[in-house]
Write a protein that binds this ligand. Structure first.
Ligand SMILES: C[S@@+](CC[C@H](N)C(=O)[O-])C[C@H]1O[C@@H](n2cnc3c(N)ncnc32)[C@H](O)[C@@H]1O
Length: 211
């Protein structure tokens, strides 16, 4: 992976799904992500905001699990693919910045973000904004006292010039915002990536403390 500034995501969209963990075309890889997502998302139907949704692969898994999805991506080509992938499902896709998603006053039960936070300037501010997009716990019509949560899937890629955000840094950024922060290591599950990986890959499920 390179830095976000180096990447033309509209061009990347053409071949993005060719990577096993992007397109989730291999049934084993797909099932591995479906199982993780089912554990991270609420058991009852919820409103999920997928930021930097790309071609909508995780959005589709969430929709298949009964959730309503709003996806946001800066790249119109990615959004086109996501719309096609989830045609006929309870999902809408918007072109916009994940740091300031164009969702107005709408609030969500889950903000889901995979492999995007590390590319955004000022992640501390962005995390605060995302926490503010969650419905307060106890009043969520979707899953009652389960409350809203951030589901952040990130990592550190490469060895010579690594890029990304280490779990320790992300949990540090979340500490002032969240009362409950759970880190799940993903590097040792080759099924998720379609191959063995050595670098740091993880998910964080965080429940903001304002709930
Ligand atoms: C590595 S891909 C991840 C896509 C998707 N989350 C997934 O896991 O399959 C990064 C995505 O973030 C999008 N992106 C990059 N910067 C963004 C921003 N500031 N706001 C919204 N989307 C952004 C890109 O267009 C691309 O679709």
């Amino acid at each position: 992976m390179t830095t976000n500034d180096d990447v033309d995501w509209d061009t990347e969209a053409v071949t993005f799904d060719d990577e096993p963990d992007h397109g989730l075309r291999d049934p084993e890889v797909r099932q591995a992500w479906a199982d993780r997502l089912a554990a991270w998302l609420p058991a009852r139907p919820a409103d999920v905001l997928d930021l930097g949704c790309g071609t909508g692969s995780l959005s589709l898994l969430a929709a298949e699990q009964g959730h309503r999805v709003t996806g946001v991506d800066l790249s119109p080509a990615m959004v086109d693919r996501a719309r096609a992938k989830l045609a006929g499902r309870a999902a809408v896709f918007l072109v916009g910045d994940a740091a300031t998603p164009p969702v107005g006053d709408e609030r969500f039960d889950v903000v889901l973000v995979r492999h995007v936070l590390w590319t955004l300037p000022d992640p501390e501010r962005v995390l605060r904004a995302w926490a503010g997009l969650l419905r307060p716990g106890g009043t969520s019509h979707a899953f009652g006292s389960e409350g809203g949560r951030l589901v952040l899937i990130e990592g550190v890629w490469g060895t010579v010039s690594p890029v990304g955000i280490p779990a320790e840094r992300l949990t540090g950024l979340l500490a002032p915002l969240a009362q409950d922060v759970r880190v799940e290591r993903l590097s040792d599950d080759a099924r998720l990536w379609g191959r063995e990986v050595q670098d740091e890959r993880y998910a964080v499920v965080a429940r903001p403390s304002t709930q």
